[in-house]
Design a protein around this ligand. Structure first.
Ligand code: SF4
Length: 512
């Protein structure tokens, strides 16, 4: 053994110290030996909005908690902005992009205004291939129909690919209540299922989670090492845990991106191939299809396929664009066409075009409010700009705060591949909700006062002068206190020495 080097505190070095630690032949100084590298604890994941029955969801409260978790907020904002930038690059690569958007919008508007005709055509053609077609008026009927099909086959487990419609229908909790195991096959959706959370984005359901959050969920549910957040390790562990369940499942379920009326076929777009597993491994395949998913002809499909993945993820096409035509040999295929409020929405003059949505998520990726608050802060199946205009059609009271969670900057409308006037509909919802007294009392009172002042120029000028005076002399706590949400995040600018009106009077002498 070599001679120990000079110690920082040689008086502490006892020759007979049994606990002395040596490294590379040198005895370590006491502090050096006792110290461990510090590993900062991962930032806990902020959870979504607190939903209490039919009470209005407080999106701002949940957003504030998300913003208070800086690692999550930064990652979420950057990840989604990256998708937006990739979408822009793809868009600029297609000279006829605007024509494609206009065409997609026109096809959808035509279809929606002839919806009964195309749905019947789809049904007839699907039946001619041996597909069983069912109609569900609402979420409850959808769940009961699927349960009935599964019971007829004695099915106890179901693998399924991602479907926002089934989220809308509360399908998983319903299946749990009747003792049927549902296994999500999309990785993000599976993470959310294991964490007992809803998807936070229509395309990337677990986008709000850090790798460390996923490591925590998997360690709790499938027994991975909680300290290992390597993505390859986590993905492989999940594959190992889920694959046997997929192979043993009694039935499979998919959603649908487009249902083609002239052929009676439907198309599912995924990047993981999980819809194909769900549809082809078990002999029984059930597809849940919202009635707005129908398009007239196969040639129209190309328009939407070119727009969908580019808008969603900034990739030219999804890895899998799978066409389903009929049951596999020896198998059975069922299609459930679901209304769940869509016909009613079709009758809303200002909001019916929201049915054109192809669920690409581009409006979410570009929205500054969504990027910084996370999808779960909306407390609803659909979040972001599209959620603000769809959710109130399900429940105006519960989702009455949502249309106010927008800056109305119009970016959502600009990126929407089917040209939905999203920001105009958000604004229209605000008007409707105020008219129907679905806004908080404080906001209503403030708007009433503002309306009175803005409609009386003399009163407005007097109020401005009084406010300037008050701002100069009021104690700070009057504005910056816990009760005033506005003052919590902003500083009132110093009032100008002169108002525009008095400047105009002084310099232009009232001349027009
Ligand atoms: S509203 Fe438009 S941008 Fe938003 S998800 Fe639907 S199709 Fe995509």
């Amino acid at each position: 053994m070599s001679t120990p080097p000079a110690m920082l505190h040689p008086e502490l070095l006892a020759e007979d110290d049994m606990h002395a630690i040596y490294r590379d032949g040198h005895r370590l100084d006491h502090a050096e030996a006792a110290s461990k590298p510090l590993r900062s604890r991962p930032e806990p994941q902020p959870r979504g909005a607190k939903v209490h029955g039919n009470r209005p969801v407080d999106q701002a409260e949940a957003a504030a908690r998300f913003i208070a978790a800086p690692e999550h907020e930064k990652m979420h904002d950057e990840r989604l902005w990256d998708l937006r930038q990739k979408r822009d690059r793809e868009m600029h690569g297609i000279a006829e992009w605007e024509e494609l958007r206009a065409l997609a919008s026109a096809i959808k508007e035509h279809t929606l205004t002839h919806l009964d005709q195309y749905l019947e055509q789809f049904e007839d053609n699907a039946r001619s291939h041996g597909v069983h077609v069912h109609w569900a008026r609402d979420a409850a009927e959808h769940n009961q129909i699927v349960h009935g099909i599964l019971s007829d086959h004695g099915a106890k487990s179901l693998i399924k690919s991602k479907s926002m419609l089934t989220e809308e229908c509360g399908f998983r909790p319903y299946m749990a209540s009747v003792g049927i195991e549902v296994i999500e096959t999309d990785l993000g959706e599976r993470i959310q299922q294991l964490d007992n959370e809803d998807p936070s984005h229509v395309v990337v359901p677990a986008v709000h989670k850090l790798r460390t959050d996923v490591a925590e969920v998997f360690s709790r549910t499938i027994g991975t090492d909680p300290a290992n957040s390597d993505v390859h390790y986590l993905a492989e562990a999940q594959r190992e845990a889920t694959r046997p369940l997929i192979l043993a499942a009694d039935a499979g379920m998919t959603g649908c991106n487009f249902a083609v009326a002239e052929t009676g076929t439907f198309v599912v777009c995924t990047n993981e191939g999980n819809a194909d597993l769900s549809a082809n491994v078990p002999k029984l395949h059930i597809a849940s299809i919202g009635i707005e998913k129908v398009i007239p002809r196969l040639e129209h499909l190309a328009v939407f396929v070119r727009l969908l993945s580019r808008s969603a993820l900034g990739s030219p096409v999804t890895q899998y664009t799978s066409h389903f035509r009929g049951p596999r040999a020896g198998g059975e295929m069922h299609v459930v066409l679901v209304d769940n409020g869509r016909s009613e929405r079709l009758g809303l003059e200002e909001f019916w075009t929201s049915l054109k949505c192809i669920r690409c998520g581009a409006c979410m990726n570009t929205c500054p409010v969504y990027r910084r608050s996370g999808g779960l802060s909306y407390g609803a199946t659909y979040s972001g700009p599209i959620g603000l205009i769809i959710d109130p059609t399900f429940n105006q009271h519960k989702y009455s705060n949502l249309p106010f969670a927008s800056t109305l900057n119009g970016s959502c409308t600009n990126v929407c591949p089917v040209k939905i006037n999203i920001h105009e509909q958000i604004y229209a919802w605000r008007r409707v909700l105020v008219e129907r007294h679905e806004t908080p009392l404080a906001k209503k009172a403030a708007m009433k006062v503002a309306g009175e002042l803005l409609s009386r120029p003399a009163a407005y000028r007097a109020a401005i002068a009084a406010a300037d005076m008050a701002l100069a002399h009021l104690p700070r706590f009057v504005i910056y206190n816990g009760l005033n949400a506005w003052g919590r995040h902003r500083e009132v600018p110093h009032p100008p020495k002169q108002t525009f009106h008095s400047w105009h009077e002084a310099n232009r002498g009232g001349k027009k």
